[in-house]
Design a protein. Sequence first.
Length: 319
Amino acid sequence: MPITVLTLLVACGGDSTESERGSEAVEREEMIVVRPLTSEASDEEIVDHLLAIEASGVMSVELSRHFPELARERAYELQRMRLERKQVNDGQVGWKIGYSRQIDPRVSIDPVFGRILASNVYQRGQSVPTNRFVNVPVSASSSGQSSEKDLQALVEAEVGIWLNQDLPGPTVNRDDVIGAVSQVGAVIELVHSRVRPDGEGPNTHNHAIADNVFHIGLMFGEKRAYAGEMDWPTERVRVEINGETQSEGRTSSIMGRDPIEGVVWLANELLKYGYQLRAGEFVITGNLVTPQVIGLGDSAKIEFSTLGALELRVSEGDE
């Protein structure tokens, strides 16, 4: 039997009441109905659930509770089904890589990929609305940071890479990628997990895959032509929230080397699931910094050593 999204949050372990939550979130909840999951739920039912919690802007433990050992192949199939449902009126324009930051080479990483639709790309200078942000009880904040903002996203600083050639795996190497890159640029990605852990532990990477690796939206900075000349080991970035520096990083942390290595990995990984990188697409190669909370009225700025700066502001209302 369907239940409202507000009831779902309580059933899924949320600890906020309607009176504690933002009016925008409440308005959205009144229009959306969500079905809870069971351990026998079909892929279609899971996708229905994921789309509903995304549309309502709430977090849910249903997927992690009933499918704690979600297999990677099934997670990518859920991601595909979910994005195909959204692509009825919206086309895929790019790819994203998650969990690609490797600061210590002794610590292994397990990167994953997600998809980016045209409607998720905000224009530079555009105010970003909160209609896709997530309503987060303070105790459930996935950033570990306290915030009085109800509707939240997390700001990540990334590098975007644009392709002018196809890159079919499984033997793509660095020279192949460098020869296929037309432009590079700074990217702000907005993310937040909608799939909440069941208990104290984190979600698995496979839960993140089903959630399209937490993607909310992104904004590009100025693009620059690329012919293999970037000094990736020295390229740094800092993130400011409301004018104050909060986090710094470097591009050499991607895959323990640089963003080019991220595209090499993605090109070869996609073939396992029947996909390939194509000319005209872009790839955002992974977060370079500690993610920072942003909400209504906030501004975020990222500034690279040579790739330039980019700023966004969060406003009320729809797109």
